[in-house]
Design a protein around this ligand. Structure first.
Ligand SMILES: Nc1ncnc2c1ncn2[C@@H]1O[C@H](COP(=O)(O)OP(=O)(O)OP(=O)(O)O)[C@@H](O)[C@H]1O
Ligand SMILES: [Mg+2]
Length: 416
């Protein structure tokens, strides 16, 4: 059944989806088609690309629309409690389980569960999920009674789940089960003129919210915006428009020069560095630089080690170390001993040297990782302070998942 253009337009309007690019329209069309079925759907797309609305379209255009819709972020539930949250538990099934509790699959019976950040789901929970998807059965934690659930599952992820499968972090059978109908939400940079439409919509919204005149882009600024990569997609564009709407009080015509000042300087840095705000209370540029340098130093040491290990001729290796005494300092005890361990056919005596050499390097890396840990702890404390202990936002600033942050808070004993 082909979906008409007017159907697509009316659904976008109903769910507040701005944009008219073919990739976006295609995603909406797939959502409309799959909605009335009971099939599981996997929504994929980069962070901030607008996946959430698609889960709502699927629920509200389905016969389950009068049932419940629950959205659960798998990344924000601690690993120890996620089974019980989703499937419930019996009284006394673990320390602190004073009462029996119903899980989301029980209370959402007849409705839809949206499992956001599905890539963060622990393997044990994945097994339970697969069972409920295959035959509608689940068992509460601490129980032996099989229960039935009639729940539709819509999942979303901003990571490459196939890679998680390859890394053994995600069950392959579950991956295929979930992705019978995949919906791909395109990144903003692939939506062409939608950027301009979204900019204008957000400019009007924020002008109303802050009671200011709406900002508008000059032609050269539009061109600049179209070239920008938008790693944070629509969420980033929205924040950008809000920032300019509030801060550019005198000038509401935004040209490329003004716009440039609001765009992050370097979007090629990895997420952890890129997402870090550069204000005084937050993670300063210095912090970011410090961490980048640390990582670089680690890489260099690895490279030095590799050079020595792969250098083809013993005599030459010794010469190399002699010629560059500073360069290989710390990588070996004694440059004269360096030559022996590097060949593949090593005698037992040489192996000992080799071990020594490795030991020495490990030593240095250990010291370094201690400093990195110290720095990481500091970064986490600052991110938490800046976000009033709101882990969700602190995690976002740090470019890590909430679960990882939760683990690190425990690791560094930062709980209050
Ligand atoms: N097409 C759109 N029109 C208007 N607003 C949009 C559109 N797409 C997304 N947004 C807005 O952008 C923001 C980010 O969208 P959303 O939360 O759905 O991203 P996401 O894909 O779920 O990201 P993440 O993977 O980080 O959870 C929200 O405020 C949403 O309302
Ligand atoms: Mg989301």
């Amino acid at each position: 059944m082909a979906i008409t253009d007017s159907e697509i337009q009316s659904v976008k309007q109903r769910f507040g989806i701005i944009g008219n690019s073919p990739l976006l329209n295609n995603a909406v069309s797939v959502a409309i088609q799959v909605a009335p079925t009971d099939m599981s759907v996997l929504i994929t797309g980069e962070s901030g690309s607008g996946k959430e609305s698609f889960s709502k379209i699927i629920h509200h255009l389905s016969p389950r629309k009068h049932g419940q819709f629950i959205a659960i972020n798998c990344g924000s539930i601690p690993e120890g409690t996620i089974d019980s949250e989703l499937f419930g538990h019996e009284k006394g099934s673990f320390t602190g389980a004073h009462e029996a509790r119903k899980g989301y699959f029980e209370v959402t019976n007849g409705g839809t569960i949206f499992l956001d950040e599905i890539g963060e789901m622990p393997l044990g929970t994945q097994a339970r999920l697969l069972r409920v998807l295959e035959n509608g059965e689940f068992i509460k934690v601490g129980s032996s009674k099989v229960q039935k659930a009639d729940v539709r599952v819509v999942a979303a992820t901003n990571v490459n789940l196939m890679r998680n499968v390859e890394d053994g972090k995600f069950r392959e059978d579950l991956f295929y089960r979930l992705s019978t109908v995949p919906i791909y939400v395109p990144p903003l940079r692939e939506r062409g003129k939608d950027i301009d439409l979204l900019f204008r919509k957000f400019a009007t919204d924020f002008a109303e919210k802050y009671r200011v005149k709406p900002i508008a882009l000059t032609e050269d600024a539009k061109a600049l915006l179209l070239q920008y990569r938008f790693p944070g997609n629509i969420r980033q564009l929205k924040n950008l428009v809000e920032q300019i709407s509030v801060l550019s009080t005198d000038n509401k015509d935004i040209n490329s020069e003004i716009l440039q000042r609001y765009l992050p300087k370097d979007s090629s840095l990895p997420a952890l560095y890129r997402n870090a705000p550069a204000d005084k209370e937050g993670l300063s540029d210095r912090d970011i630089l410090y961490k980048v340098l640390f990582d670089m130093k680690k890489d260099f040491n690895e490279l030095k080690k590799l050079v020595l290990e792969t250098y083809p001729n013993q005599g030459k290796t010794a010469q190399l170390v002699k010629d560059h005494p500073g360069l290989f300092e710390g990588v070996h005890h004694n440059s004269a001993e360096v030559a022996e361990p590097v060949l593949l056919n090593v005698s037992p005596a040489q192996t000992v040297d080799h071990d020594e050499e490795i030991h020495d390097i490990t030593h240095e890396t250990e010291d370094e990782s201690l400093s990195i840990e110290k720095k990481e702890k500091e970064l986490i404390i600052r991110a938490l302070q800046k976000n009033n202990n709101k882990r969700k936002y602190a995690a976002r600033d740090l470019g890590i998942s909430e679960r990882t942050l939760y683990r690190k808070i425990k690791q560094y004993d930062l709980e209050e």
